[in-house]
Design a protein. Sequence first.
Length: 258
Amino acid sequence: MAKTSPKVPANARKAKIQAAQQAQATGPNKIVIATVVAVVAIIAVVASVVIANQNSKNATASTGNAIPAAAGSMGAGFVANKGVTLLAGAPTVEVYEDFQCPVCGQFEGLIGTTVNGLADAGKIKLVYHFKTIIDANYNVDFSLKAANGALCAADAGKFEAYHHVVFANQPAKEGGGWTDTQLTAFAQDAGITGTPLDTWKACLAAGTYDNYVRSTETASAKKGVNGTPTVFINNVNQPLANIASPDALTKAIAAATK
């Protein structure tokens, strides 16, 4: 005959149940703890990545305060032929331009070669002031990027070539701008290759000269130059009709030469 289990009093069973419940409620749950630890670890990793990315952005932004060697200070014009020995009495020709400005493109096509030739020969001091009027009109940053790219090209000794290529490839409509890929192609067309091209790309991506370009816009606006192209010869604003051909420009330069 099988033995029957001794009966446990009801009070004793109740006490055991309560003790088990209390232990479960207050004791550490290993699964929960492991989950919490994993979540905290993930948060820490994400936080470190965010911080690293932010630091990277800040480092990139800080490079935007560079000043071109051919300018010397914020707001000052960029001397395209700095280092060329100027002839006695050579006048200063200042060109205010916006890379997206259609008339600036036409102006470059008409007399750009003549201007560069005079500058290279030391017959003029050629100074550019970069405007971003069209960016402001269309809430874009294409003129800013193109100007920064031109200054990055200057670091590679290719300012004139890049300057010419960008104007020769203006967007069909104002405000249309260019992609970074297009600007890079312009740099290559200007003769920037190999390691200098890698340096140029980094310069473009960082916006190395962005704040300088902004400063030239601000300085020229304070001077009252709010349209492009605008040309000064020895601080005298020139009617474009009087300098819109190689012969006319050459005569104006000769007249201003002391």
